[in-house]
Design a protein around this ligand. Structure first.
Ligand code: NAG
Ligand code: NAG
Ligand code: NAG
Ligand code: NAG
Ligand code: NAG
Length: 459
């Protein structure tokens, strides 16, 4: 009898949710406005704008997920009853103990019902009364995610009542990259932790999310792991050109387990860009010794063009900070953009006493307009890059370079036949050409280096 009641109860819930769903899905064939009317037939017309921008798809996905949960619960219960029916005689002979009964109820009925209930509760509907003076009452992204920590993160944080914050706004939006929606599963895994406890050792999952466009990533409220045997770094008069202590890196997510293993002679070093970058003898030669190729400019020659004027800049490429180290010796402060593509590039730069900037290509650079004296780029932008992407990036670089600032394109390379396209990209800004050199790289590829100066702009 008890079974029958449970099954009937389940059915009632399912039927009621299905009809709810039908009510929602009916909206799909109507225009936006009509959907709102369907949803909120009771809400007066003047509040209509409240629901614009509300993500119906995310909502229906959520409802769909709950429905699936209910459906599988129903199937499971029905199957159990069928089994009992089959073994009727046995059933009459053997009593199931009360303990077994309780366990079954807890595990197979109450728990799935509970999760379905929570999932339903989590669905956010716009509040008719709204939040203070905002026109957008709910962030449409919120329904996309089930993990509570992600939902908390992306919920706009209202200032405490009656206050305007330092930015002069009423609330703070924590942002995440829009492709986080595409990597929902990975993001939910990333955000699955106990608040205040240790995070998983998963920087590589985080970086995978970032390079795939889930960037910015949400912040986390767990403690990041660190090397157990972290040593104090070398003093700055030694650290610039010294391979750091192996103990200061957590190696568990790299192929290598120490810096020596990252040598270009090791085929199993685990990374392919900037292969000699972890060998200081090689790094020490860059930008200070004459090479046989005209595309290699010397730091002294570049700085001489703007004597004393180059003080701060950005190095955008793949490297371990040797450019910034050399420039530091010239009293120029360089920030080095780096990702950990198979090797501890960020750790290395920081341990040398230089500033690593952990950014991907996805984002507008976090510098204000007309602020940088120099942008140096090497080993990164080359023939693979989409021209439109490159165009957006070059305009962003132009934005942050100050008038009279230098753009140093260092050993850009591409297919010979694409050279004209790229040359056009670099020349479109009408910068003053201080240096310009092209050398063959291989049969089909060429190198291009250029030193260009952003002109003053009258408007
Ligand atoms: C089932 O339980 C009843 C009452 O608790 C008892 O009389 C009967 O012997 C039990 N049957 C079996 C097969 O254990
Ligand atoms: C909200 O809007 C009302 C009228 O539109 C205005 O008087 C009030 O100052 C606004 N409140 C805030 C906090 O901006
Ligand atoms: C670095 O500086 C410290 C004191 O500031 C000094 O004791 C040490 O010898 C220096 N190291 C080198 C390699 O010059
Ligand atoms: C590089 O070569 C130029 C001319 O060929 C010479 O004047 C300069 O001193 C050399 N610089 C270095 C660092 O060897
Ligand atoms: C850098 O600055 C220090 C201290 O101001 C000075 O002693 C040194 O000569 C400068 N180096 C260069 C290359 O300008």
């Amino acid at each position: 009898m008890a079974w029958l009641q449970i099954v009937l109860g389940g059915l009632v819930i399912i039927v009621s949710i299905s009809s709810l769903f039908r009510f929602y899905s009916a909206g799909f064939f109507l225009h936006n406005e009509d959907i709102c009317k369907h949803f909120y037939a009771v809400i007066p017309e003047k509040n209509k704008e409240v629901h614009e921008g509300f993500d119906i798809k995310a909502l229906s996905d959520q409802v769909g997920e709950v429905l699936n949960k209910m459906e599988s619960l129903q199937e499971k219960l029905e199957l159990a009853v069928q089994q009992m029916e089959k073994n009727k005689e046995q059933l009459e002979k053997t009593n199931i103990t009360r303990l077994e009964h309780k366990k079954y109820l807890e595990q197979e009925v109450i728990r799935p019902l509970y999760y379905a209930h929570i999932a339903l509760r989590q669905i956010r509907l716009p509040k008719p009364e709204g939040l203070r003076n905002s026109t957008m009452k709910e962030d449409p992204l919120i329904n996309t995610f089930v993990t509570e920590e992600i939902r908390k993160y992306i919920t706009p944080k209202e200032n405490r009542v009656g206050k305007i914050n330092v930015y002069g706004t009423e609330r703070i939006f924590n942002t995440i990259g829009h492709s986080c929606v595409l990597y929902k599963k990975e993001l939910e895994q990333y955000m699955d932790y106990d608040i205040g406890s240790y995070c998983n050792d998963d920087w590589n999952l985080a970086q995978k999310l970032m390079v795939n466009g889930c960037d910015p990533l949400p912040r986390r409220r767990c403690l990041t792991r660190a090397s157990k045997v972290y040593q104090k770094p070398y003093p700055i008069n030694e650290s610039l050109w010294k391979i750091p202590d192996d103990r200061n890196v957590r190696w568990s997510n790299y192929h290598c387990r120490n810096f020596k293993c990252l040598s270009s002679t090791n085929p199993k070093r685990g990374y392919s860009k900037c292969t000699g970058c972890f060998e200081m003898e090689k790094e020490k030669l860059k930008w200070v010794t004459n090479s046989s190729l005209p595309i290699d400019f010397l730091i002294n020659d570049v700085l001489a063009i703007k004597h004393g004027e180059i003080r701060i800049g950005l190095d955008f490429g793949v490297g371990t900070g040797s450019f910034a180290a050399r420039m530091r010796e010239k009293n120029v402060t360089i920030i080095t953009a780096a990702l950990n593509l198979g090797a501890p590039f960020n750790e290395m730069i920081a341990l040398r006493g230089l500033v690593p900037l952990y950014v991907t290509l996805n984002q507008r650079l976090p510098f204000f307009d007309n602020t940088m004296d120099l942008i140096h780029t090497a080993g990164f932008l080359d023939g693979w890059i989409d021209l439109l992407l490159m165009d957006f990036m070059l305009f962003d670089w132009d934005r942050i370079l100050r008038p009279g600032g230098l753009l140093w394109i260092d050993r850009f390379f591409c297919n010979r036949k694409d050279l004209d396209d790229f040359m056009y990209m670099f020349l479109q800004f009408r910068y003053k050409k201080h240096k310009w050199a092209i050398s063959p790289k291989s049969k089909d590829e060429v190198y291009l280096s250029a030193l260009l100066e952003k002109p003053p702009r009258a408007i």
